[in-house]
Write a protein that binds this ligand. Structure first.
Ligand SMILES: C[S@@+](CC[C@H](N)C(=O)[O-])C[C@H]1O[C@@H](n2cnc3c(N)ncnc32)[C@H](O)[C@@H]1O
Ligand code: SF4
Length: 451
């Protein structure tokens, strides 16, 4: 049987499985868990452990048709300004709750488009966060940057506030693909943005690319990959296009007939991955690449690679505090998501309470399954020796799933040490294999396709 047929037989093209940026995944969060649990968990944080902070800016000047992110379009700054004022109020609430002396080891601004903020709002927001949770001496501050929505003044302001990592949205450089996804972005604009970032001293750059977009073929993707390699980012994320028009209504503007078919899509991903590894990048997890001396590659080599809502990270902070509409906090007791719609989030904060609206309290078994799934997604293996070190005898609860995977994915995984490792020919099945350890998600839920 050909490799592609073997993958098909394992459900690669039919399975709808999560990307596992959390376990359980956000659609499984319950509305009974909210600000009460959020307040309790935040007030009980150990101030000796630095935290990560995620800040969500749900605004864009343009709304790209392919995008599944939670964001809204605006042509004026006034909704953005009033949102920043709400974030300041949220921080003031946090200040009353958080233990004294808590420090921030990481901060990430995502969206939407954080670079919609003009320099004065960048300074105001960064200062507001630092006043409540001061950064550690070696903190990292990363920002998602739309190269068409940024200029030197904004980059200078972000650098002055400590930004030392930038993630650029690229997706694809081909004009036919860009037209079909409603996102025009000339290569020169992106190149100037990269030059400005490097001139401002930002050494660590990530590029976001997407495969499976309308009209993409090997020739077009090859050209995009060459241009990206010219820019020499330290990290590359190569996301499979998630076509989920039932969740993201603007995707209805995309002509489904122009989307690459499943097998083409698979070949696009394989082709780009081969080019990146030929260029010296290390493959990280299921969809990232990094230069060998980058923190992600080093984390992978030493078993410290982790996965959270930002994708693959080398972040050692176990607590993540999410600020803004729809952001998720990962607290020692579980996950809490702020109200998703901006008006609902604003209403809660203005009423003087935290905006937690849904969540999940983690049992010991949840924590065990979450770690097993993270290990599979990050290290492409399951290691019972490591699970036992972290969870003791409880780790044995996953033996039936382990046996099932070894039996069902014969030839795609192999028994290794005490557990299994995913072979290169089974890599594309990683999300499906991880889902075997998921006690909540039934197969074929409303997620994007696994390939
Ligand atoms: C918040 S957005 C990017 C930041 C910035 N607004 C920009 O457009 O450059 C984060 C990334 O999510 C990815 N993304 C968004 N929608 C996607 C989809 N439907 N499928 C796969 N990846 C997607 C894109 O690669 C995008 O760069
Ligand atoms: S890709 Fe970026 S700019 Fe485009 S809609 Fe999504 S968040 Fe906004």
């Amino acid at each position: 049987m050909k490799q592609i047929d073997r993958l098909r037989a394992h459900g690669l093209f039919e399975a709808r499985v999560p990307r596992y940026t959390s376990y359980p995944t956000a659609p499984g969060f319950a509305p009974e868990i909210g600000s009460v649990e959020q307040t309790e968990a935040l007030s009980a944080l150990d101030p000796r452990d630095p935290v990560s902070v995620y800040l969500h800016i749900p605004f864009c000047e343009r709304l790209c048709w392919f995008c599944a992110c939670r964001t809204q379009g605006t042509k004026t700054l006034s909704p953005v300004e009033s949102y920043i004022a709400t974030l300041e109020q949220e921080l003031a609430l946090l200040k009353r709750i958080l233990p004294a002396g808590l420090r921030m080891g990481r901060m990430h601004w995502g969206g939407g488009t954080p670079t919609i903020l003009p320099p004065e709002l960048i300074h105001r927001l960064a200062q507001a966060v630092k006043a409540v949770i001061p950064p550690t001496g070696d903190w990292e501050f990363s920002v998602e940057i739309d190269p068409t929505m940024v200029d030197r003044h904004k980059i200078t302001a972000l650098a002055a506030e400590g930004m030392n990592r930038a993630s650029l949205g690229i997706q694809d450089f081909d004009s036919k693909v860009q037209n079909a996804i409603g996102r025009l972005q000339p290569f020169d604009v992106t190149r100037h943005c990269v030059e400005d970032l490097r001139a401002a001293g930002i050494q660590s750059l990530n590029a976001d690319l997407v495969y499976g977009l309308p009209h993409q073929d090997i020739t077009r993707l090859d050209d995009t990959v060459s241009k990206v390699l010219d820019l020499a980012p330290d990290r590359i994320a190569l996301f499979g296009y998630a076509h989920v028009p039932w969740m993201s209504k603007r995707q209805r503007l995309i002509d489904e007939k122009s989307l690459p078919k499943e097998v083409e899509r698979f070949h696009l991903a394989e082709y780009a991955a081969t080019r990146f590894s030929d260029a010296g990048y290390r493959s990280i997890g299921i969809d990232h690449f990094s230069k060998p001396d980058d923190g992600l590659a080093r984390a992978m080599e030493t078993g410290r690679l982790r996965r959270n809502f930002q994708g693959y990270v080398d972040d050692s902070c176990s607590t993540l505090i999410g600020l803004g509409a729809s952001s998720v906090s990962r607290l020692p007791t579980g996950y809490i998501q702020n109200a998703s719609a901006t008006p609902a989030y604003v209403q809660r904060i203005e009423a003087g309470e935290l905006a937690g609206a849904r969540g999940h309290m983690m049992s010991h078994t949840d924590l065990l399954r979450a770690r097993a799934i993270e290990m599979i997604m990050c290290d492409l293996q399951l290691d019972f020796a490591e699970l036992s070190r972290e969870f003791g005898a409880l780790a044995e609860a996953l033996r039936p799933e382990n046996a099932l995977v070894i039996d069902r994915f014969d030839g795609m995984v192999q028994v290794r040490h005490d557990g299994f490792e995913i072979l290169p020919e089974g890599r594309a099945l990683t999300r499906i294999i991880a889902s075997c350890f998921d006690a909540y998600a039934p197969m074929n839920g409303r997620y994007s396709q696994a390939s």
